[in-house]
Design a protein around this ligand. Sequence first.
Ligand code: GLY
Length: 347
Amino acid sequence: MAPHPVSVVGGGIIGLSIAWECARRGHDVTVYDPDPGRGASHVAAGMLAPVGESYFGERELTELLLECARRWPAYAAELAAATGHDLGHRTEGTLQVGLTADDLAELRRLWTYQRELGADVLALDGDGLREREPLLNPRARGVLVASDHQVDPRRVVAALRELVPVRREAVRSLSGLDGTVVLAAGCASATLAGLPVRPVQGAVLRLRGQAVPRHVIRGYADGRPVYLVPRRDGEVLVGATVEERADGHATAGGVRDLLRAATDLVPELAEHALAEVSVGQRPGTADNGPIVGRLGPDLLVATGHYRHGVLAAPYTAQAVADLIDGRPLPLLWEPFTPQRPTAGGAR
Ligand code: GLY
């Protein structure tokens, strides 16, 4: 395909990944964002967790996300090689754990479902669990999902920003931009193109201290859902609330519940410094699936990634760049076009 001007509206992990992929294919790309990388990508934990984030009734989405996860190791290696950045890509796997009998009953239903999807969900006894993760509460029980990994989204964004030109401008209208326009503006896609994307707010905590778990840990503590994502530099991310609001405020109750669940699962976290409380808006859709495809002859969209933006970024970039290059959307993306009824229907 001959080099082509491409304007990407939105400089989060989705927009930047698309821009890098287009640049790698020789296109002349510009990203527009007044504050690149400071939206949902700045708050995201970076779990690459198609198994842990699989939910009943979302089989097509899980199949897409499993393929997204397969692409991450090569993508992380290429991005690290292109920039020299450490992206915090870690492959120790994820422990899914519960504390009470009710927590474990809920988790067992999920594990059965995850196994039906073909996921490798390895049962561990109490000793096996603590051997892998000595910091866990001795009452915790659970499994290892070796294929659910993590990356640090802030590091990924910093690396991508070195590779693509970003104009720090707010786009108010999609007309007047150069070449093919790709709308990748998360929640702002609703006002820019009338897409049914709504903000689903999430508060995330960042703790700092000496005792840092070895694995991503997720599950329930006395009915409270939580995930813990340890970074090599001593940070432990605790997430996340899921709230149908968009006021940008963390609530005292939300923070209390996250801290209670985190310290119930890993008691030593109570000694950590509470270094940061951040709040972001996940771009949610009616069926929790992304909206990726063509909106017009020179207008493409990649938004609505909800809980899966980091995981789906590399494959989203490939799908969008394929469309720009005149190729069809890869088959796994077909259920997630803007033409499906839950995304507003045919335009
Ligand atoms: N992907 C985790 C979250 O959205 O909280």
